[in-house]
Every structure is written in C-alpha cells, then in structure tokens.
Design a binder for this molecule. Sequence first.
Ligand SMILES: [Zn+2]
Length: 256
Amino acid sequence: MHLPKVVFEDIRLTREVDWIYGFLFYNEWGWGKYILKKHPRLKRLYNIPYRRDRIEFLHQYISMFRGAHFDDLRAAGLRYAKPWQKKEKEYFTLLSQIIGTEWPTNRRKIRALISINPICPRFLKEWSFSIFFKYKKMSHAIEVIMHESCHFLYFKKWLEMYPETDKKHFESPHLEWHLSELVAPIILNDPRVRKFLKTKAVFYTEYFKIKIGGKTAPAYFTALYKKYIGQKNGFEKFLAAAWRKMKENEKKFNIK
Ligand SMILES: [Zn+2]
C-alpha cells in the first residue's frame, strides 16, 4: 500500500500572520487565549484600533520572534522527525485498516509546518498543518502529528460515504467539523493506536459541556465507537450512527 510521508518545513510568514490574527480576532471559542499565553506581548494588539496597523504590528512581532528563536525553530523539525519516523509506517497502515480506506496514491507528503502558534490548524486542501515549535513533551508533538494526519484520511473516507458534502462543512463551525474533532481523539485512544502515543489523546474542553444520552459528547461517541469498531466495516457503521446522532443534537453544538 502507498503511504504518505510527513515532512517538516518552515511555515510562511504571511500564513503565520493570517492564522494567528484569525485566532486572536475571529475565533468564537476565544482560542486566542492560548496564543496570548505563549506570546503575552500580543495583548497590545487589542489596543490598536485599525486592522491594518494590527497586521503590521503582528507581522513585526512574528518576524522578531522568529529571529530571536531561529535556532530552536530550525531544530524543531529534526527533533520531531526522529521519533515520528519510527512510528509513521505502522501508524499510517493501522489508520487505514481502522478507517477502512486506503491512503490516496496522489498524496506523497503531509507537510508539518513548524510554527510559533500553539494552536495547530490544518489545511485540508493541501494536506498540511502547523505544529508548535517548542513542545516540552515529545508526546504532545506526536499527538499533533497523529491527530492531524488522521483528519486527512478521515475526510477521504467521509467523502466516499457522503460524496455530496460541501467541503466548507469540513471547517468550523459546521457539524461535520465538530464530528471530525470528536472522532480524531477517539481513534487515537483506540488501544491499538494508543501504543504509539502512550498518553491519552485530548478532546476540546468545549465538548465536555455537551450532553448526549446522559453522557458527555466524548464519552457518548467513544462508547458508540467501541460498539461498532470490532464489526465488519465497523468504522463505517460507527460513522453513520455518529452522524445521525450529531444531526439529532445539532443545536447543542452551537457552543460559545
Ligand atoms: Zn483536529
């Protein structure tokens, strides 16, 4: 079977600016706070009235920060690549067995873009994602790589099952996006996958506020996964059942 390879690259400055700006000013869950924790000087952005001046400030800040941490940014790719490459082939093979679809032959690379942003957004069109450069624990970096690459194969499977889906729905705040974010840690916590990670994969804390059938959303969908995954075409059955349940509970996902 063809398997992609994760390659580590620098993120472009303009993209770094765009995404950090988006999280600081447009994220409905207030995820900008995670960025401010790592980059407290960016709080000053909220005192700047015009967007153009804010972008300018952010641009300068990121350039300076990148200069000051040049060596660490340089080293991160190598630091992450070493332990990752020991797991890659086995993990990707297992993921394909679990999800029940092959890796597409036209995708050779998954690009991990070394970034100063502690939130790690993904770019579905090009199979890339940003990864924070300075994780203290290697397991955090490995979890990000496993989580994001899981999304890519998951959405391939999704389109095989629901080819009519508008790809915009793969992004926040759509229901399809929410389900994908619930399913990724569920897969990572499957005991067969867990051995690659060694820690428990995390769900967004927002999902624990949602109750379905008397359980939190992560607990409900984890139980549903366990119910189906051992069966023939288990993942497909799980996904169909999960999607039905998501639609029944759609209103609960308008979480703010
Ligand atoms: Zn995700």
